[in-house]
Ligand binder design. Structure first.
Ligand code: ADP
Ligand code: MG
Length: 250
């Protein structure tokens, strides 16, 4: 489903990803943990082609991200084709990133209409269904600034779902929230996990990772140090760096 092989990425002299390998099966939830600066956000951004990899490749559903292969040779996709690929990859940011000048409903309708050419009425019907799913049916006409952080993040999740993504990426979705609002957002993500949505969640919420993830990945220094089921990685980590990190956050 999601196949990441030997991905390298540098910013100038700083090598941020140093050969990342990761494979996700459809419907699987992967939680990525790791210290600040270990390359977690950069990895998510390469999956979405917001960053171009220097070496290695990523494919989703057998489709190479940012490239097409013709008789074994790789050609870079044009901007328009990249945008089309990106519509199938949902991204939920730490700071919500809603369109401030659009209502909640319009936030959900915009991309399906403009990127997927869905009829507006159909997109609106889908949007209302998704708002119901995240418990915000009554906020369709509100503007983002009128919502709490937790509500805004639930709208952002609904907006990502409106594009029917093959995979949903979350970059620390609860880090910007007041503690009392974290639970409502994690509950929505848990609900998605139950319905078999393929997800990668970068998070510091160890309890959440333990409960929801099929696979926990520990990153440090631009590589995957350790990965496995939560019980293995969180309760019985085999690598000293994982143990040191968990000792600090638990
Ligand atoms: P994490 O999400 O694990 O905290 P990041 O992927 O955000 O780590 O960043 C890893 C390293 O790459 C950090 O040192 C960060 O400063 C650097 N970095 C990230 N994006 C850029 C960029 N666009 N230009 C230069 N350096 C960057
Ligand atoms: Mg980050």
């Amino acid at each position: 489903m999601v196949d990441i092989r030997g991905v390298h990425k540098s910013f100038g002299a700083l090598e941020v990803l140093r050969g990342v390998d990761l494979r996700l099966r459809p419907g699987e939830v992967t939680a990525i943990l790791g210290p600040s600066g270990s390359g977690k956000s950069t990895l998510l951004r390469t999956i979405n082609h917001l960053e171009k990899v220097d070496r290695g490749w990523i494919s989703i559903d057998g489709e190479l991200i940012g490239y097409r292969s013709v008789r074994g040779r790789l050609y870079e996709l044009k901007e328009k084709a990249v945008l089309r690929q990106r519509t199938h990859i949902g991204f939920v940011f730490q700071d919500f990133n809603l369109f401030p000048h659009l209502t909640v409903l319009e936030n959900l309708v915009e991309a399906p209409v403009s990127a997927l050419r869905r009829p507006r009425a159909e997109a609106q019907a889908t949007a209302r269904r998704l708002l119901e799913r995240v418990g915000l049916a009554d906020k369709a006409g509100a503007y983002p600034r009128q919502l709490s952080g937790g509500q805004q993040q639930r709208v952002a999740i609904a907006r990502a779902l409106a594009l029917e993504p093959k995979v949903l990426l979350f970059d620390e979705p609860t880090s910007a929230l007041d503690p009392e609002l974290v639970g409502e957002v994690l509950d929505v993500i848990k609900d998605l996990a139950r319905t078999g949505t393929t997800m990668i969640v970068v998070t510091h919420e160890i309890g959440f990772a333990r409960e929801v993830a099929d696979t926990v990945v520990f990153m440090d220094g631009g590589v995957v140090v350790e990965q496995g089921p939560p019980s293995a990685v969180l309760d019985d980590p085999s690598h000293p760096r994982t143990r040191a990190f968990l000792a600090k956050v638990l």
